[in-house]
Design a protein around this ligand. Structure first.
Ligand code: NCD
Length: 482
């Protein structure tokens, strides 16, 4: 059974640790002594294997480090860095492309502008697929490099201690949290490992989108609580996320998110107030290529040495997935706190380790772990619901011919569904019955219809198009009103 890495949730915490142990091993044996983060030379453990890199969006680090990793493992690489030079330009679907490529290679790495594209590739490929970024959705292997940096680049506050744990680190995620796929995967991983997250969007409109907040809340149990007085009130954050399990996992969230309902115990409150410093400051660029029509320009904050003089950041390590544009000053390059080039260098040992694990050249992965997502029931009745996200792979013409929208039912009180490909959520407006094709307005029937009879529509119009009608009393009532 092959394993894919489409989401960061496709790897369990233990598997991530195991991949990092392999990366440590590669570095211990292959790094140059003067640059202990840089791999040199090659081994031959993957000499019988080929990697296909399908990059339908620009890339320097991700493709470069995947290809370097495969070559340094002794394997071969088959590369496509321009979709215009492939049959995609002729309208070939993702499913067909991967079913052809699987005959030429042993592992596929795919980057694609459509959200959910990597999931489709994984569904149709019989060799492992790695998501190297699908639109604004996820970028799990960047998260592996980020977590490895968090684990490796920590400067112990007290010389006698060495910190290797991600748990309890305080990490600011800043910049374009709305469109940035790196910060989405990273936020999920940080929540899972129990780090504290302080989102610091460039502007309110660049905050995490609703589906990311919902996933943080639903899947990782992060619950927002009011926040004041953390770090002496010196952070622009006003809401805090905690997990309902004990001990609470403390994550900080900005803005006016939902339902501030959790009461912290005095001990938890004290623990939170004792946080004085940010361990890592993760900057990201404005994802200009993903800007939607009508989105206003904002003054994008610049992280420079002046900014880092503020008390919470005095000892913060500065990370960035790169490329940078204007948001991160070049003056930090000469500051010991800037670890972003090291973070990029870790792309090679971490990706070598992941490739070795997926090709079963090194033991790290077992059977696929049950993910948080697997707990939700699937809704996939054809010709009923459509994903509302126009960037979702299920909305694209070349994929519509064979792909059926699929959702997970994530709501308890409301029949909220989450697209299985892109994670965007919606609250269906009509709940109908498969056999009677009759529905009542509102969502009251939600808990009474058996799952095998459940039919969901986004609107009355869509229900009517599919031949579903309101129950008699309701159609009569609306006729009277008319
Ligand atoms: C990121 C990406 O492609 O999402 N780059 C990378 O892989 N290191 C970040 C970005 O492009 O801003």
């Amino acid at each position: 059974m092959t394993r894919d890495v489409v989401s960061i949730d496709d790897l369990s915490d233990a598997e991530i640790e195991a991949v990092f142990d392999i990366a440590d091993d590669f570095l211990a044996n292959m790094a140059t002594p003067e640059k202990p983060y840089r791999i040199r030379g090659r081994t031959d453990c993957a000499q019988d294997f080929y990697l296909a890199t399908l990059f339908y969006e620009p890339s320097t680090r991700t493709r470069g480090s995947f290809e370097s990793a495969m070559f340094r493992l002794g394997g071969g690489v088959f590369s496509c860095a321009d979709s215009k030079a492939t049959s995609t330009a002729k309208g070939e679907s993702i499913a067909d492309t991967v079913r052809v490529i699987q005959n030429y290679a042993d592992l596929i790495v795919i980057r694609h502008p459509w959200e959910g594209a990597a999931q489709v590739a994984a569904d149709y490929s019989d060799i492992p697929v790695i998501n190297a970024g699908d639109g604004s959705h996820e970028h799990p292997t960047q998260t592996l490099c980020d977590l490895y940096t968090l684990r490796t680049a920590q400067q112990p506050r007290h010389p006698a201690t060495t910190r290797k744990s991600i748990k309890d680190l305080t990490v600011v995620l800043s910049g374009d949290l709305r469109h940035g796929r790196t910060v989405h995967s990273l936020a999920y991983a940080l929540a899972r490992f129990g780090a504290r997250i302080i989102p610091m969007p460039a502007a309110k409109s660049y905050d995490f989108p609703d589906h990311v907040r919902h996933r943080l809340a639903n899947d990782y149990g992060c619950i927002p609580v009011a926040l004041d007085d953390v770090m002496g009130g010196s952070l622009p954050a006003d809401v805090l996320y905690v997990t309902p399990e004990k001990p609470h996992q403390l994550s900080l969230m900005t803005s006016d998110i939902v339902d501030v309902s959790i009461q912290l115990s005095p001990k938890e409150e004290k623990a939170l107030k004792s946080i004085k410093e940010v361990d890592f400051f993760y900057a990201t660029r404005l994802q200009a290529e993903r800007k939607e029509a009508g989105e206003a320009d904002v003054d994008y904050p610049v992280i420079n040495t002046e900014f880092l003089k503020q008390r919470p950041y005095k000892h913060s390590q500065v990370m960035h997935p790169l490329p940078r544009v204007n948001e991160l000053s070049y003056e930090i390059d000469d500051d010991a706190r800037g670890v972003y080039f090291q973070q990029a260098a870790y792309g090679v040992p971490v990706r070598m380790a992941l490739i070795a694990a997926l090709l079963e050249l090194r033991p790290a992965l077992g059977t696929r772990p049950e993910t948080m997502q697997d707990r939700y029931p699937i809704y996939d009745r054809p010709h009923t619901l459509t994903c509302r996200n126009l960037q979702c792979v299920t909305r694209k013409e070349s994929e519509l011919r064979y792909l059926k929208p699929r959702f997970r039912i994530v709501g308890h009180e409301l029949p909220r569904v989450r697209c299985l490909y892109c994670d965007h959520e919606q609250d269906p407006q009509i709940i109908s019955h498969a056999r009677s094709k009759k529905y009542r307005k509102g969502t009251s029937a939600w808990k009474t219809i058996k799952s095998e009879d459940l039919v969901l529509f986004g609107s009355e119009q869509e229900a009517s198009k599919a031949g579903h009608r309101p129950v008699k009393s309701e159609s009569a009532a609306s006729a009277t009103h008319a």
